[in-house]
Design a protein around this ligand. Structure first.
Ligand SMILES: [Cu+2]
Length: 215
């Protein structure tokens, strides 16, 4: 025969089980809702044989997840970029021809180093200076309205999906970025819209990768 005390005990036990299940469900729900971070190696190998591949070459993530690219090459200052040419007209070259007055003087840094600018005589009192294209060297984006925005090295960018161009800038293994002042070691991108995002390294255009974002 079930006494009042036993019945009361069973009710208390049932309540405790319900509370425990509720907490477990809440915990697992919170874990599922966390966005994940996927790391992709840009390059690798070493000074004798640096690699020019992205590993893994293709990743699949959910909306809101982040991809972090890093450069694990050992002992070689081999830079890479992660560049999304979302609009074909935004293809960018590493070399940047710029018109400058032929009166402009350029001084090597450090002074006396084995270094001078490429200057080709141009028209109307100008020279053509061959420099590095800042839009490939530095983290930069071009939005749907053709607005160019630069970011700091090691940029952490949120890809809306309607940009024309998203570029990581040059990034190198830890410490070796010092050989190219203004560069970094990583690029991080969070993806806000489902789609297939192909990218390449502007310095090694055969180096390609894909981020597939599912909703
Ligand atoms: Cu590369």
């Amino acid at each position: 025969m079930i006494t009042k005390q036993v019945l009361f005990g069973m009710v208390i036990l049932a309540c405790m089980i319900a509370i425990a299940m509720y907490s477990v469900n809440n915990v697992s729900y919170a874990t599922l809702a966390e966005n994940k971070v996927v790391r992709v190696a840009a390059g690798g190998g070493n000074m004798t044989a640096p690699w020019t591949v992205f590993l893994p070459q293709a990743v699949m993530i959910n909306v809101g997840d982040r991809v972090e690219w890093y450069n694990p090459t050992i002992g070689a200052a081999e830079p890479h970029t992660v560049t999304f040419l979302l609009d074909n007209s935004t293809s960018a070259g590493v070399a940047s021809p710029l018109a400058v007055s032929n009166k402009t003087e350029f001084n090597a840094i450090p002074p006396g180093s084995n270094n001078e600018p490429v200057l080709v005589p141009g028209e109307g009192g100008t020279n053509t200076l061959l420099a590095i294209n800042a839009r490939t060297f530095s983290p930069a984006t071009i939005d749907s309205q053709d607005r160019v925005q630069f970011m700091h090295p090691n940029a952490n960018y949120s890809v809306a999906g309607d940009e024309k161009y998203v570029n990581s800038g040059w990034f190198l293994p830890e410490e070796l970025e010092k050989q190219y002042p203004g560069t970094g070691n990583t690029f991080m991108a969070t993806f806000e819209k489902p789609g297939t995002y192909d990218y390449l390294c502007i310095l090694h255009p055969w180096m390609t990768g894909t981020v597939k974002v599912v909703g």
